[in-house]
Each structure stands twice: as C-alpha cells, then as structure tokens.
Design a binder for this molecule. Sequence first.
Ligand code: ADP
Ligand code: ASP
Ligand code: MG
Length: 407
Amino acid sequence: MKILVQKFGGTSVADLDAMRHVLSKVQKGLVNHDKVIVVLSARAGDTNKLLALAQQWSDTPDKAECDCLVSTGEQVSIALFSMLLKDNGISARSLLSWQIPIQTNDDFGNARILDIDRDKLKSLLESYDVLVVAGFQGMTEDGRITTLGRGGSDTSAVALAAALDSCECEIYTDVDGVYTTDPNICSAARKMDCVSYEEMLELASMGAKVLHIRSVEFAKKYKVPVRVRSTFSDDPGTLVTKEDASMEAVLVSGIAYDKDQARVTLRDLPDIPGTAAAVFGPLSEKGVLVDMIIQNTSQDGHTDITFTVSRRDLTKTLEIMQGISEKIGASEILHDVNVAKVSAIGVGMRNHSGVAARAFTALTQEGINILMISTSEIKITILIQEKYVELAVRILHDTFGLDWDIA
Ligand code: ADP
Ligand code: ASP
Ligand code: MG
C-alpha cells in the first residue's frame, strides 16, 4: 500500500478558502498514492487564543489541563476538513491522538512521541482513503492528553510517516519551501531545492520555525524524506534529505535568528572547581534549558559567567540564581532581555576555516557589537542586541553570497 503523509499548518486551514487549497493537494496526493494521511494544525491564531484563555483563568495554569485545552484547536480543524472531504466524495474520517493512539511521555507542553499504533492505523486505512489526524497532540500511558511544543504538528506528521514507512512526508505551509533565511524578513532570501538533515536541524534549532526541530530529528533517524512546500502554489518546494557531496561545496547554506533569548550574567564567582556545576545543576533540575554559555578568564581568582535562556524561563532562572547566589558567591546578578541570536549554518564549514572571521568582520563594519559567540562543526552563532537582528541577518546573508543573483 503506497501511503503519503501530508501536513498542513495554521494558515493552510485558516478558513474555508484555504481549506479548499488543502483539498486540492489531498486530491492530487490520491492520484499517485493508495492512501493519504493528512495531519492538521489548529487554524492560524487559535492556539495563541487558547493559551491566552488559560492565562485569564490562572497565572500558572496546570500544565496537563493546559494541554487538554490547547489541543482542542486541532480538533476543530480535523472535523471541519473531514466534512469537506466527505462532501467531495472522499472516504475519510477524523482522528484525535488518543483514538490511534499516539503515545507520548508526560512532559506536558513539550511531550515526546514514544510509540504509534501502526496496526490500528493500517486497519483504519483498509476502511478509509484519507485519515485526518490532529497534529500537535499525544496521549500518556495513563490516558492524559499532551502537546508536543509549539509547531509540533510537523513532528506528528514525520512520526506518522516513519511509523508507516511512508515514501515521503509533505509539509505544506505559507512559503514555497526552506529558504536561505526567513523570506519574511529578508527579501533577498532564496529557496533551496534541497537541504541536508544536519543543516535543517541546525536551522530549526537556531530559530527557523519553518520546521519543528523534533520533526527533523525523526526524519533523520528514520530516513524519512521531507518535502516542504506551499499549500498555495505548485512549486516543488525543498527536499530535506541526507547529505551529498554537492551540499558540501556550499560554505554557508542558511542564516537563522532567534529573538527568544535572555542573557544572565553572574559577577565575581570564585574560579574554583564546582562553580559551573553549582550554577547549571539547579537550572537543569528545574527544567530550564540553557543555550549559550561563556566564562571569562580569571582575575584575582574570580570570574564572570554569562549564559542565555528562553525569555519565558527568565523569571524562574533569576529566582533560582538569587536562591543560590550566596552559596556560589556571586557579587551581582545582571540580566538583559533585549538580545537575540543570529546563526550562519552550512556543512561546507567542516572543511573551511575563516568563516567566523568573515562573519565578525561584516557585522563590525556595520557597527553591530557582538555580545557572545558559540560555534559548532557546521554553525556559528552570535548574540547581539535585538534591535539589530534583521540587519544582521541581511548582512550575513549577503556576506556569504546567499542573496539572489539579480544579474
Ligand atoms: P505553519 O503554520 O504552516 O506550520 P510556520 O509559521 O510554523 O508555518 O512556519 C512557516 C514560517 O517560517 C514562514 O512563514 C517563515 O516566516 C518562517 N521561516 C523562518 N525561517 C525560514 C526559512 N529559512 N525558510 C522558510 N521559512 C522560514
Ligand atoms: N497549533 C500548534 C501551534 O500553533 C501546533 C502547530 O501549529 O504545529 O504551535
Ligand atoms: Mg509550524
């Protein structure tokens, strides 16, 4: 049985007009495949509205109940779209995650998929041509509803494709594919025909929200080719796939940015073994994800440590730091929320030196001050003041020759 998984994001299901475009993509999918699994997000804006509703009821909404609430956005989409399919003579039904089930752990708000009942899905596919599955949601072993984190419907789709050995997973969105940077902030951005799993992982984890990070992890692990394309055009989009030699020829393939950063500095810590562990241990125990870290060189046996966290974790982070400041001997705790990070990513960096220096020079020439730097084998990340982020993206895009060749 040839099965295609197609996922449609919030703007693709926002209203009846948009859903008619989705219908036509599903009809096309059925021409070359025996069955189609459609994964839908909530209509654009619905998840935000539900989260805001939770905040009206409680300053600290219960995480499990919050998931029970926000997961309903996807329920609306799958019911409405299934009606449309049936009205057009297609045999289809809607499915919530617990009806399959898609089993997750109990990390409410950020749950991980553990298992999908493929036999149940296969038996449902005997009865229907199209299954319309709610993205973003799962179910714990003891039957509670979970959600997979913002943008998580991509992960639902790729996980279903992996479970069903589907030949390809199509992710439909409001842009024509994966671009060299966010096309909504850089008009010179170019669509890529293909991108490696590794580069896409870095792009996604550095802020390119076009794909949810865990969807790329799944795709890489289970070798699912993912095609990102637009619901509203016939462009073939971008194939996310395994690396090949031609990809390495390109030094930098994309620029990503992330404004969800807050910087924390601990001053005058004793430069002795155990200090970093005493700082970062309590943060990880409380589930705070630390992103960039730098420790200054020691002066008179003392040093500063600076790190970044997501802005939503800043209050918690500062409370934890205040709680341990006496124990760790910090003279001061500073913070700044007006920061953002910009990253240049490319598998070609593995074999070339001087990429970081080119990035720093280009930013310096425009008077952008570099606050923090971190590098990996295929990525350079720079923390700067938030007000410069769009400018920095455009400068790096130009510096690494990613702009459209207008000639
Ligand atoms: P959906 O609701 O369909 O899941 P998202 O809003 O999650 O769509 O993701 C699509 C958006 O990702 C685009 O509108 C674009 O602004 C943004 N984006 C960021 N970086 C990139 C990139 N490198 N390529 C394409 N889109 C990107
Ligand atoms: N509706 C969810 C969100 O807005 C999941 C998704 O769109 O992928 O984050
Ligand atoms: Mg998305």
